[in-house]
Design a protein around this ligand. Sequence first.
Ligand code: NDP
Length: 263
Amino acid sequence: MKIFSIFGDPVSHSLSPLMHNCVFKNLNYNACYTRTHLIDGDKLKDTFFALGLSGANVTVPHKEAAFHACDEVRGFAKKVGVVNTLVNENGKLIGYNTDADGFMYAISEFKNIKTILVLGAGGTAKALVSRFLEENLQVSVLNRSLSRLDYFKNLECETYTWSDFKTEQFDLVVNTTSAGLKDENLPAPKKIVENILNNTKYVADAIYGKLTPFLKLAKEKNITYKDGADMLLGQGVLANELFVQGELQKEDIKREMQKSFKL
Ligand code: NDP
């Protein structure tokens, strides 16, 4: 039996085990998917092989550590330096990123998006911003701390910290911070968040499984919003395809994975 896992800190909230196990079980694929609470990202590679894994997903805060742990990184992950999917290919650790395409799938129902404000500057923000720029969208980034903004400045995005943020009109605001994941924090001081929400058409949060304080505020203001569930589904289907290497059909994976959201 093949074994897969998700690495993260925290990891107990992750729906990935349920999603992938639903696919494996319902499609009679001989595999099981577990979760691994990993505190030290430097131990990712050793832990992966010690557990005898065939593949894994990586979540907060280890996606950049995962990039460095790989023997080879392929596709979009190479461009952004962020890995969320690992595959054991003949004893070599191969890294991919399925988050960005998962997110594009999630926001496909939002129409006429031309300008986006991204809150946060971590691994998810890097992947999404690079993908948005590929679509010729205009992207600004707002982060709590200055140090992580250089990456986005080099991509010629407008970048702000809380102290120099200027309110503008955006079509979509995306929260990629972990504020609200295991606390009740907003991704920026309330006054700034209120300003942002008063000047956007759509809002999306990468966090799923709960209405974050950010989405609560958007809901109160009658803004069309979505949480991270569709992004999760999109990245999960793409990751599963990499795990099973053509042995299952994409439509079947998607159908069975979708069922796990109703369990
Ligand atoms: P990282 O640890 O790489 O980055 C976290 C970012 O959040 C940093 O920019 C950090 O700012 C900011 N941040 C953390 N706490 C706060 C706070 N209290 N207030 C404001 N900003 C804060 O995380 P990832 O990019 O890997 O993940 C981010 C989120 O996206 C997580 O909640 C994760 O669960 C979610 N996610 C969901 C997916 C899905 O499928 N739905 C897929 C991928 C991620 P600073 O630089 O100042 O520290």
